[in-house]
Ligand binder design. Structure first.
Ligand code: PLP
Length: 377
């Protein structure tokens, strides 16, 4: 089926990414969709996802780091790339050489980025990030006009966009999103009055697009939804048409019939209530399967059935209680994804671990080979 030298692999369904991007482009209306492919495309593979998203209607890409942008340029991807936070000065020449769109918000960074562009004899495109309430990075709204005027006075910079990021768009009942929106609208209104409005005004991540909060914007920065994952349990209802792209697979590498009372894995923490077939899978915490998943009800699909992980997940292997299932070495197991009628979603695992689906897919380590397929089903 594939040439992976190991009985464990990630499958990435590029057909699902294409379908999701096409649906989200439609949902974004007049706004351009820029696909967020930071953190190696949320664990799916940045270059493959970027190419697929662009072929499905995305107009640009977003990343977190200068080196992530560089990787895309080295793969000959020419689409616009926005780096969504300021980067250290040491990265500026590479960023300008890669013709990225830089995010800026600090007065000193703006001056030093302009100076680097001047040295290279180029004009650097920048987007100003405004902090309307998230309090992570960005210029406070009160100083945002001054930063726009600072950028406009520097001939080696071109202000191409202004944007903000929502802190709680994935929580529809949270009232902060409307407040952030209002603060940002006031700022953009002021830009309009001063005739300073740049080409791109943008606010929306996946949750905001799925909730149609992007009406007045020129581009949307969509991440998790293109991978087919709802931003939160609270937004599942508006994300139900998305198709998950990532699945995590293994083959059974060892089987033992163990008697009631036997313990399994390090610490022998839990004894078997009754005799059972115990299957070993060659995946562990070094692959991104959290060690404590067994203790929060973590399950694996084998023979189309949900089987509990038994005993702590070890570095390279984990054990599954298959009960009376006649499981054999080489049988297929699914840790994330579907088998028969059963599905284990990233958000199901995340809920057990009190985290979010983003962390589950980003957490699958580089040790697990990504196998790319077009349309799994
Ligand atoms: C500034 C910014 N925009 C957009 C995104 C994409 O967010 P999401 O994956 O929720 O669509 C992120 C991701 O965290 C981000 O930091």
């Amino acid at each position: 089926m594939n040439s992976v030298n190991r009985w464990a692999w990630v499958e990435v369904d590029l057909g699902a990414i294409k379908t999701n991007v096409a649906a989200l482009v439609k949902q974004a209306g007049r706004a351009e969709l820029w696909a967020t492919v930071k953190a190696n495309g949320y664990g799916h593979g940045a270059v493959e996802v970027a190419r697929t998203a662009l072929s499905a209607g995305a107009s640009g890409l977003c990343v977190a780091l200068a080196d992530e942008a560089h990787q895309l340029r080295q793969a000959k991807i020419v689409a616009p790339i926005l780096i969504v936070s300021e980067q250290p000065e040491v990265a500026f020449e590479q960023m300008l050489g890669d013709q990225v769109v830089a995010t800026v918000y600090n007065e000193a960074t703006i001056n030093s980025y302009a100076a680097a562009a001047k040295r290279l004899g180029v004009v650097g495109k920048v987007h100003l990030k405004v902090d309307t309430g998230m309090h992570r990075v960005g210029v406070p709204v009160a100083s945002a006009i001054a930063r726009v005027e600072q950028i406009n006075a520097l001939s080696s910079l071109q202000l191409e966009g202004v944007y903000t990021h929502f802190a709680a768009a994935d929580l529809p009942s949270h009232d902060e999103t409307a407040k952030q929106q209002q603060r940002f609208d006031d700022f953009v209104g002021e830009l309009d009055r001063k005739k300073l409005r740049p080409k791109f005004v943008h606010t929306s991540n996946s949750a905001a697009v799925l909730r149609s909060l992007n009406a007045a914007t020129d581009l949307v920065r969509v991440g998790i939804a293109i991978y087919g994952i709802a931003p939160s349990n609270e937004t599942e209802n508006v994300a139900s048409r998305l198709r998950p792209a990532m699945s995590l697979h293994a083959r059974v590498s060892h089987v033992q019939w163990l008697a009631a009372g036997e313990g399994v894995s390090y610490g022998l923490r839990k004894k078997l209530d009754s005799a059972a077939n115990i299957a070993t899978l060659p995946l562990g915490y070094a692959d991104g399967v959290p060690r404590r998943l067994w203790s929060v009800g973590g399950e694996v699909l084998i023979a189309g059935k949900r089987c509990p992980i038994i005993g702590v997940v070890t570095m390279d292997q984990l054990m599954v209680n298959c009960g009376g299932i006649d499981v054999k070495i080489g049988d297929r197991a699914v840790l994330l994804g579907s088998q028969g009628d059963e599905v284990i979603s990233a958000n199901e695992i995340a809920t057990r671990l009190e985290t979010i689906g983003y962390e589950i897919v980003c957490g699958v380590s580089a040790r697990v080979t990504r196998v790319y397929v077009e349309n799994r089903n």
